[in-house]
Design a protein around this ligand. Structure first.
Ligand code: AN0
Ligand code: CP
Length: 317
């Protein structure tokens, strides 16, 4: 594996999931694999989990880490090719990427969508610039379109918590006071479609996700019906597709409550965090023993470690 930006970069998903679960058992089993190698972590947006877990994973492999908040710690970057740079931006992204490639061995980047124009966000221009100009492997820490480190973690959990029968996994939309990206939901769908599960997605009309990641998932507009007999309920808010980037109706009856969970088959609850408590999901659901939210946090470290270790092994092939 050279880059990690989508499930498409992974040739053997089961192998990568199991590699992550192996690191969970023994985080220091390859403690020197990354000795004298440097991971650069670039953030254009806030992060708590991705920053901590990826950095910790790199340390578990003996790597050095350089963390930069792009646009505040460095020069203001120009993203468009061919621009006459006599305005606000100070350095072209292609020069910045070449500089980082000179000093580091793996580059990782978080760049959220702007949520102004869905088709422009769908182009994932910043990540593509990294793939184009970097001379070293690239890892997405959540791009305009996908969040593969989160999704790999979530697939590790679906694997680890196997139910007796083929599990029913429900991805449900949830209310949020602000418009948030469709990225985590699309990414969860992209990966879950590779798993042997019964996959149902539920959301109000007008919140349709990206067709290219839906495959055979069942779309059910009635949340109660979708939740029936679920084994896993994955909760996430995402912006309306009809009114992209806007919150015109909170749909507060979509909050996941204890009553809604009674429709399921004692399902586990998952959320990537950060979560708006008592808006997306109630406290009693999030703090119930069947909530996996902190388990997801823990496994983020080992998902990132599996990815870094694979890239350290094969990234230059
Ligand atoms: C971000 C998102 O939905 O993409 C990050 C989640 C990992 N969340 C929010 O913006 C609240
Ligand atoms: N789940 C997740 O990626 O969290 P952060 O945005 O805090 O990194």
């Amino acid at each position: 594996m050279k880059n990690f930006t989508s499930v498409k970069d992974v040739s053997d998903i089961k192998y990568l999931i199991n590699k992550g679960l192996e690191f969970k058992k023994n985080p220091l089993k390859n403690a020197y694999q990354g000795k004298n190698k440097t991971l650069c972590m670039l953030f254009m947006n806030p992060s708590l989990r991705t920053r901590l877990s990826t950095q910790k994973a790199a340390y578990n492999l003996g790597m050095n880490v350089i963390n930069i908040n792009l646009n505040s710690d460095s020069w203001k970057l120009e993203m468009e090719d061919g621009t006459i740079m006599n305005f606000d931006t100070q350095e072209h992204i292609k020069d910045a990427i070449k500089v980082i490639s000179t000093y580091c061995d793996i580059i990782s980047i978080r760049s959220f969508p702007e949520l102004k124009n869905r088709s422009i966000d769908g182009e994932d221009k910043i990540l593509k610039s990294f793939l184009k100009y970097a001379d070293i492997p690239v890892i997405s820490l959540e791009s305009n379109t996908l969040h593969p480190l989160q999704s790999l973690t979530d697939m590790m959990i679906l694997t680890e918590m196997k139910t007796i029968r083929k599990p029913k996994v429900v991805l449900t939309w949830a209310p949020h006071p602000k418009a948030v990206p469709q990225v985590v939901a699309n990414s969860f769908a992209e990966w879950t479609n590779e798993m042997d599960v019964d996959f149902v997605i539920t959301h109000p009309k007008g919140f349709e996700l990206d067709e290219q990641f839906m495959h055979n998932a069942t779309i059910e507009y009635n949340q109660d019906k979708a939740l029936e007999n679920a084994d896993f309920v994955y909760v996430k808010s995402w912006t309306s597709t009809e009114n992209y980037g806007q919150v015109s109706d909170l749909h507060s009856d979509w909050t996941i409550t204890k009553e809604k969970m009674k429709l399921t088959d004692n399902a586990y609850v998952m959320h990537c965090l950060p979560v708006r408590r008592n808006v997306e999901v109630t406290d009693e659901v999030l703090d119930h023993p069947s909530s996996l939210i902190y388990h997801q946090v823990k496994l983020r470290e080992f998902a990132a470690q599996a990815v870094l270790s694979e890239i350290l092994t094969n990234g230059n092939n």
